[in-house]
Design a protein around this ligand. Structure first.
Ligand SMILES: *[C@@H]1O[C@H](CO)[C@@H](O)[C@H](O)[C@H]1NC(C)=O
Ligand SMILES: *[C@@H]1O[C@H](CO)[C@@H](O)[C@H](O)[C@H]1NC(C)=O
Ligand SMILES: *[C@@H]1O[C@H](CO)[C@@H](O)[C@H](O)[C@H]1NC(C)=O
Ligand SMILES: *[C@@H]1O[C@H](CO)[C@@H](O)[C@H](O)[C@H]1NC(C)=O
Ligand SMILES: *[C@@H]1O[C@H](CO)[C@@H](O)[C@H](O)[C@H]1NC(C)=O
Ligand SMILES: *[C@@H]1O[C@H](CO)[C@@H](O)[C@H](O)[C@H]1NC(C)=O
Length: 386
């Protein structure tokens, strides 16, 4: 009898303990579950073209503490198979982009030697995530990093750190200039393992040409791929490459707006670089909103600095963002390009300029008269579906 009562109270006690334990366990699990839900995975593709401000916009995402960013991972595809056309390489590029979005970095086995480290990745030091913990122990995850100090300190870490770092982020952002057709991306948009959003970044083709001429040498191999020359390098003195680029912008924008399949709805946003430099905060807030990212005070301060700073850019490092007055830079073509060139560009890119809200200039006088705005204000020009 005594023994039985003893047993019953012990059993009650144990049951109570177990209940409390389970409750604690359950509530913890609940918390971690809801955290996971808050941080749904987002895969963002910044779809752009050479010299269109995409490094700048890439940095805006790369520095966000929730973002794992890679700039131009498909550079490796193009370098390895440079005798092919952009169209043929589309599929390999798409496959690589899908793998990177899923943090499967084994895809680089096809393009890199076995012996490799973080610095084997093209432009790796532009990725804040590869410059901070857990990829690199010299900087904390919340720090704003810069390319030069990261390059010196973080390159020797094992390549496996890339995958390890990628896995801890809610957002994976990739910037690519190597897509010329939106339809190529349809399988990624319908892939249930991805939550793909696309920011299509464009820029006034006259400003693009001016910037391309400054980095001509860096582009001649890519030009050959765009023009399908079987590996022959070409400069773009006849404006054939810019014509292809303009055409692809028209095609992508038309596909996304006029002929959009339902799975593209709310997943495509057109951004003009000029709008970003004229009102960086407004545009960046919209892009963050589109990507489900919060703007922090630290980022707000940093964005102000990089768009209003005074230090002159280092021309050698053509792919770096600098803190020159970004708006002035966006108008520099008007003082630098001869009018004859401007006329030719306006000719080959007529459709794109018309569609994207860039006005042609009719004379050298108009070109140089900066009080004539050649960018149609954004408010008269509703692009995105936000
Ligand atoms: C668990 O989460 C659900 C919904 O998110 C909530 O209704 C419930 O109260 C939570 N339970 C605990 C023990 O926190
Ligand atoms: C690792 O990176 C450094 C540069 O940071 C380089 O000198 C070295 O050769 C790399 N090692 C391998 C195995 O790739
Ligand atoms: C880069 O970062 C390092 C360390 O955080 C800092 O000392 C240096 O001034 C920075 N350089 C530039 C150009 O911002
Ligand atoms: C492309 O170039 C390679 C080597 O440079 C050559 O062997 C091949 O025949 C060329 N193909 C065509 C279609 O011209
Ligand atoms: C930007 O342009 C304005 C007007 O053309 C000029 O007054 C100003 O000095 C320029 N600023 C820089 C940083 O070049
Ligand atoms: C420059 O453009 C403005 C606005 O269109 C115009 O009022 C002004 O007369 C032009 N200046 C010159 C020198 O042509």
């Amino acid at each position: 009898m005594v023994r039985m009562r003893f047993n019953a109270s012990v059993a009650t006690g144990l049951l109570l303990l177990q209940t409390v334990f389970l409750l604690v366990l359950y509530s913890r699990q609940n918390i971690s579950l809801s955290r996971m839900e808050d941080k749904e995975k987002v895969h963002l593709l910044i779809l752009s073209s050479w010299r269109s401000g995409s490094s700048f916009v890439g940095q805006i995402f790369s520095q966000h503490p929730d973002v794992f960013y890679l700039m131009e991972p498909a550079w490796h595809v193009w370098v390895s198979m440079f005798q092919n056309s952009a169209k043929v390489l589309h599929m390999a590029v798409r496959d690589l982009v899908r793998s990177v979005f899923l943090c499967d970095m084994s895809v680089f086995d096809a393009y890199m030697p076995r012996e490799r480290n973080v610095s084997s990745l093209f432009q790796w030091a532009t990725s804040r995530a590869l410059c901070t913990a857990p990829a690199c122990n010299f900087f904390g995850r919340d720090e704003i990093t810069n390319e030069s100090s990261c390059r010196t300190l973080c390159g020797k870490y094992p390549f496996d750190n890339v995958e390890q770092a990628c896995n801890i982020y809610s957002h994976v952002v990739i910037k690519e200039v190597r897509f010329f057709d939106l339809k190529v991306l349809y399988p990624l948009l319908t892939d249930p393992s991805l939550n793909l959003r696309i920011i299509h970044l464009v820029r006034d083709p006259r400003a693009v040409v001016k910037s391309r001429e400054q980095s001509m040498k860096a582009l001649i191999r890519d030009n050959g791929i765009v023009l399908n020359t079987n590996g022959t390098k070409v400069d773009d003195s006849k404006y054939e490459v810019i014509q292809q680029i303009c055409r692809s912008h028209v095609q992508m924008f038309e596909t996304a707006t006029l002929k959009a399949p339902s799975f593209l709805k709310d997943r495509y946003m057109l951004v003009r670089y000029e709008d970003v430099v004229r009102d960086p905060l407004r545009e960046i807030k919209q892009m963050y909103h589109f990507a489900h990212l919060q703007l922090t005070d630290k980022l707000r301060k940093w964005i102000h600095e990089i768009t209003h700073g005074r230090s002159p850019g280092n021309k050698k490092e053509a792919f770096l963002i600098t803190s020159r007055n970004a708006f002035n830079v966006s108008q520099a073509w008007r003082k630098v390009l001869p009018f004859e060139k401007v006329k030719t560009i306006q000719d080959v890119c007529k459709g794109a300029m018309n569609m994207l809200g860039y006005l042609p200039v009719e004379s050298a006088a108009e070109q140089e008269n900066l009080s004539m705005d050649v960018v149609v204000p954004r408010k008269h020009y509703q692009f995105s579906w936000l």
